[in-house]
Ligand binder design. Sequence first.
Ligand code: THU
Length: 179
Amino acid sequence: MTTITLPALDSDEALLATGSGMLRVPGYSLGERTIQVDEQIAIELVVAARSAAESAYAPFSRFNVGAAVMMEDDPEERIFCGSNVENSSYGGTVCAERTAIFNASGQQLRRIRLLAVSTPATLNAPLEQRSPCGLCRQVIREFADEDTLVICDSGEDDVIGDIFDIERLLPFGFQFARE
Ligand code: THU
């Protein structure tokens, strides 16, 4: 177990005058925070995600993605894997991250401890080409709490991956106000 510090993120709210009223740029403030990472589990999940990518069904994009997740509420600490499953009707495609999460949810597990995603073809590309899409970020949020961590596999030597908590992965993610 290693203690790491996620840096603070800060931007002020701004009000912009237009001819017909103000537009607001919302401010965003995240304090620096210290988290515990089990680096053995992190590596295990990245390796599992890389290997899950081999099972992708991606005849259209030819872009394989793998994901692996461990759930906080799983006493057995199982690893649930998923890969992208494409469809002739493109909108039917499901990403690797959602496949893995839905797999875990099917076992009534609802809290993500750590999720790893791997895009073997773009491991050395900018983060935008190897991190979860917006839809998956929203689905991750549904099963996330402040301790949830997401790691994007990286091809760099000596770098396990890029790590996020949910607020850093999806600022202003939608939340339905439940009773
Ligand atoms: N894909 C994922 O599996 N996860 C993401 O977060 C981004 C995109 C898949 C969907 C599609 O099969 C292929 O990558 C190209 O977009």
